[in-house]
Structures are given as C-alpha cells and as structure tokens.
Design a protein around this ligand. Structure first.
Ligand code: NAP
Length: 335
C-alpha cells in the first residue's frame, strides 16, 4: 500500500484562540503496516473544548500534545488495512484518530480505540451516542439525581453537552432554565422544551437570573465556570447539587487561571455539594446510558444537532468555533 496522509502537527504553543501558524500541515506517505497495527481512513473528527487545553504545556488529565506531534482529537474512521485480529477491513472505529486524513496506529485502550456498530449516522454517533451524550447522562442523572419538579439550571445550554442535559432534565420532569449566547441559540432551546432562557451575551445574568429563578436552583450543570458560577451560588437551594462539567469561560488557554467563585461559603449555608467529573470515568460502563439515549432519539424525545465543517485544512479554525460560540450543536469536521 501507499497512502498519502495529511496531518496537522503542533509547531508552537498557541496563545488564546489558535492560529493556523501554530501548526504545520504535513504530507507524508504511509507505506508499511506492522503486526498489531491498523490503518484507518478518517471520516469525521470531533472537536471538543478540552482539545485546546491539551495544546498547553500544563498538567492535565492527559499529557499535553508535544511540539511536532499530531494534534490529538477523537474521531471516527474506517479500517482500510489491518494486521490486528480485533479489527477487520471496513470496521467503523472510534478513537483518538488525530487531526489527519489517515491514522496508522497500534490500537491501545488508552487511546480509546474501539469498533463501533454501524447503526446510526456517524455525526449522531459522535454526538448524543458518543462522549457528549455520556457526559450529559451521567453528569446529570448519576451525580445530579434530578427529581420531578426540581429546578435545573444549565450553562452552555445550547451546546453539544448542554443541549442534551436540558432535554434529559425535562424528561425527568424538572423545570429547566438554560443560559446560552445569542438569540438563535435561545430560540432553539425554547423549541426543544426549555422553560426559561437567558441570553448571556445580550443581558446581565447577575440581574436576570434571580428574577427568573425566583424559587432558587436545585441543580446547576456548569459548563462555563467563572462569573456565572459565582452568580448561581448566590441563589442555590438547600441540598443543591452543583455539577462542574467545564469552565470554558476561561478559554482553556492557560493565559490566566480560571476565575474562581468567592462565595463558596454558600455551599455551607445551603448544605450543598459541588462536584467535578470526567466522562472518561464513565466510558467503560456507558452501555446502559447509550441504550436509553438511543431510545429517546428513536422516539423523537431527544433532539440533537451537529455543526459539520469540511476539509482537513480547516481544523484550527474549527477548534476556534467552540470558543467564539459559532458552533450550533456538536462541532464536527468531515474529511
Ligand atoms: P459546546 O457546548 O458545543 O461548545 C462550546 C460552547 O461554549 C460554545 O458554543 C459557546 O456557547 C460556549 N462558550 C464559549 N466561550 C464561552 C464563554 N467565554 N463564556 C460562556 N460560554 C462560552 O461544547 P461541548 O463539547 O458540549 O462542551 C461544553 C462544556 O463541557 C465545556 O466546558 C467542556 O469542556 C465540557 N465538557 C466536559 C466533559 C467532562 O468530562 N467533564 C466532557 C465534555 C465536555 P455560547 O454561544 O452559548 O456562548
């Protein structure tokens, strides 16, 4: 075989939003596949805010991408060639395939590689039927334990994760408030059943939230951190659960530490809990969640939308969309 692979490697550590010049688009020829390896033709790449953090030279839950390495990202591809008994030609495969058109790898469990059933469209599999759905499901249901009638607030509510959280909260009989940026996203949230919305880009959350959440907040699913988290802590109810999923308002660019709330004392007064979590811990036992999510999708109870950019040359700009809020739904790139 002789395959031309185009790959983005990290050239220098970005500051703030990434620039094409932080990376280099390299073309290489792949000509040999060794025992235990598979060769994938990458089809879709998943873009997740955490990828920006992996580009910093800072400790995290995974090692930083090193200068000269292919940029790490999840994605799906089809097996073109295999010298690994667990993968056969044509298998649809998920894993850290990276910002490249092909992926020659010896699949390791650490890189999340696994064959996935070829049942639903790939964008759906990378969204609600992938880590996005699993994050929302376990974060809200297992850690939040929502009960009918409780008030659930979600920031980043129109994004990939947030939009699944708000809908599951509605399915559980909760009153749901969503915070998102811009009119279009707020209107879409109303369409999928969110009770109240706040457009944080065009209103003052600090003033609006207490007016809308007159009965307080029982569960806060936090995707953004920073000032909004601090505002929410002022109005949580007794026994509230604050679920720390992400802190994207910090930009994940390591130029400054994430803003911390200065009113943690509120957790004492309200006998509340605040808990961070990572989806990686739930992946090994995600099957029941995926079955329930699939049922909701098939029955039309769970809406999902994917924002699909195209072309390997657009990887850096596609990552930025998550931080400018341009993405409408799960950010993907079709190769
Ligand atoms: P997403 O919500 O689809 O996209 C990111 C969204 O963040 C943007 O669309 C934008 O929405 C919002 N945003 C960007 N900059 C912001 C700022 N300065 N202040 C407030 N909002 C801002 O992405 P996602 O993949 O679903 O991730 C959502 C959050 O979940 C992220 O914080 C991510 O790190 C976290 N996450 C955590 C885990 C875990 O295991 N803990 C797993 C997956 C994701 P607007 O247009 O509304 O501003």
């Amino acid at each position: 075989m002789e395959i031309e692979n185009k790959k983005w490697v990290l050239k220098e550590r970005p500051q703030g939003l990434v620039k094409d010049s932080d990376f280099e688009l390299v073309t290489e020829t792949l000509s040999e596949i060794k025992k235990g390896e598979i060769l994938l033709e990458n089809m879709y790449l998943s873009f997740d805010p955490t990828q920006r953090g992996w580009l910093n030279d800072a400790p995290g839950y995974l090692p930083p991408v090193q200068i000269g390495e292919v940029v790490r990202s999840g994605g799906m591809g089809r097996v073109l060639e295999s010298k690994n008994s667990e993968y056969k030609v044509g298998d649809l495969t998920f894993g850290f395939v990276g910002w490249q058109t092909h992926c020659l790898t010896k699949p390791e469990a650490d890189d999340r590689f696994r064959v996935v059933p070829d049942l639903l469209p790939i964008p759906t599999m990378l969204n609600v039927m992938g880590t996005t759905g699993i994050t929302a499901y376990y974060g809200l249901i297992e850690l939040g334990d929502p009960k009918p009638g409780e008030i659930v607030l979600v920031s980043g509510a129109a994004g990939a994760t947030g939009s699944v959280v708000v809908q599951i909260a509605k399915l559980k009989g909760c009153h749901v408030i969503g915070i998102a940026g811009g009119k279009e996203k707020c209107e879409w949230l109303k369409e999928v059943g969110v009770d109240d919305v706040i457009d944080y880009k065009n209103s003052n959350v600090h003033e609006e939230l207490p007016k809308i959440a007159k009965n307080g907040i029982d569960i806060y699913f936090d995707n953004v951190g920073g000032e909004i988290l601090e505002t929410v802590l002022n109005i949580i109810n007794i026994n509230a659960r604050v679920l720390l999923c992400g802190g994207i308002s910090s930009g994940y660019d390591a130029t400054r530490p994430p803003d911390g709330p200065n009113n943690l004392f509120s957790l004492i007064i309200k006998r509340a809990t605040m808990q961070g979590f990572l989806v990686l811990d739930y992946l090994p036992r995600s099957q029941p969640a995926l079955e329930e999510i699939a049922t909701w999708v098939i029955e039309g109870k769970l809406q999902h939308r994917e924002d699909i950019q195209e072309g390997i040359e657009n990887c850096p700009q596609t990552l930025n969309r998550l931080f400018t809020g341009e993405n409408k739904g799960k950010q993907l790139l079709k190769i």
